[in-house]
Write a protein that binds this ligand. Structure first.
Ligand code: TLP
Length: 343
């Protein structure tokens, strides 16, 4: 199966599996798991942050970050298609008692003026606006990157209102690779950062949450509260160390494959959200024009040809490349799309 549903479907590599099997472990509650500590220290060093905490998922990292920065009754500014707002089961209100204020970005990118306009006035009748959440790369906007300048300008605006900044950098390594800017620089202006290990980096489980020492201590308490405390987690952290060592530099291949896929689907008659040469990272969106074929029928036909994507929404499908997809797979998927469409 050529699985383009997400980069989350990527499988752990053989080196990861070996590292997992041989990981030194201890009880992480007592801070005695040497492999977890090694991963956290390695990540903190790489991102230039004081501390890091290993968590089960990027969602958990976003949850503990937001809860650490806010109090019930406050407000959070987010882009309207952001993962935190749309795809994290409503934790902002369910756990945080927070009022989300969404702003519509251009390809996922919001501006300092929009943030400025979304901050509630300080009068006692309004919620206090205490946090700005950013997403880099932006999933639902098609893997688009926030630049260093954009991140800095947005953070400056947030800080001028006494707000903190959380960066959902689930795919921050893709952004770094695409822009040729280090993850340390891209995240320098954020108070906290989520980094996912299971997407482009191929781990079976895990994410890292980074920030100041005080912030991470608070996040550790919230991780406990949401049932995320770990024991001999070195078994999974070992894969994270391998991921940081071996899976980052190859992300350029996924980006090239995404551009190739966009080109092949455009040739087959699909409408891309952006021209192939403007695909920024490993995510593309394509629409099956109504004159061409029923969108569900296309997805079903493609699946019969061995290509798996999620069901279309409004005729539009998302496709994501990852380390288990080769350029040959992309050519095969392109050829299969043409056969299904009879072109
Ligand atoms: N994204 C997943 C899910 O939407 C299913 C996907 O397939 O793209 N932040 C961003 C930007 C994400 O894209 C995701 C997952 C998360 C956070 C949450 O990650 P996990 O699954 O580790 O909780």
């Amino acid at each position: 199966m050529i699985n383009l549903r997400s980069d989350t479907v990527s499988k752990p590599t053989d080196i990861m599996r070996r590292a997992m099997a041989h990981a030194e472990v201890g009880d992480d509650y007592y801070r005695e798991d040497p492999t977890v500590i090694a991963l956290e220290e390695k990540a903190a060093e790489l991102f230039g942050k004081e501390a890091a905490i290993f968590v089960f998922s990027a969602t958990m990292s976003n949850v503990v970050s937001v809860l650490s920065h806010t109090r019930r009754g406050q407000s959070v500014i987010l882009e309207e298609l952001s993962h935190i707002y749309n795809n994290e089961a409503g934790f902002l209100s369910a756990f945080g008692g927070l009022t989300p204020r969404t702003v519509k970005g251009e390809k996922g990118r919001i501006t300092p003026d929009q943030v400025e306009a979304a901050v509630f006035p300080t009068a006692v009748l309004h919620p206090q606006t205490s946090l700005l959440c950013l997403e880099n790369t932006h999933n639902h906007a098609g893997g688009t990157c926030l630049s260093l300048d954009q991140t800095r300008a947005l953070s400056d605006t947030a800080r001028s209102h006494g707000m903190k900044v959380h960066l959902d950098g689930a795919r921050i390594f893709n952004s770094s690779m695409a822009q040729g800017v280090s993850v340390r620089e891209l995240t320098a202006d954020a108070d906290s950062v989520t980094v996912c290990l299971t997407k482009g980096l191929g781990c079976p489980v895990g994410a890292i949450c980074l920030g100041s020492g005080d912030f991470v201590e608070e996040a550790r308490r919230w991780r406990q509260a949401v049932g995320g405390g770990m024991r001999q987690a070195g078994v999974i952290a070992a894969a994270g160390i391998v991921a940081l060592d071996t899976m980052v530099d190859r992300l350029a291949e996924d980006h090239a494959n995404a551009r190739l896929l966009a080109a092949r689907l455009a040739e087959a008659g699909l409408e891309l959200d952006c021209p192939p040469e403007e695909v920024e990272t490993n995510i593309i969106f394509a629409t099956i024009p109504s004159g061409l074929m029923d969108a569900e029928a296309f997805v079903e036909g493609w699946a019969r040809e061995g290509v798996s994507v999620n069901p279309p929404k409004d005729r539009r499908i998302r496709l994501i490349t990852h380390h288990n997809i080769s350029a040959d797979d992309i050519e095969a998927a392109g050829a299969a799309a043409r056969r299904v469409l009879g072109r």
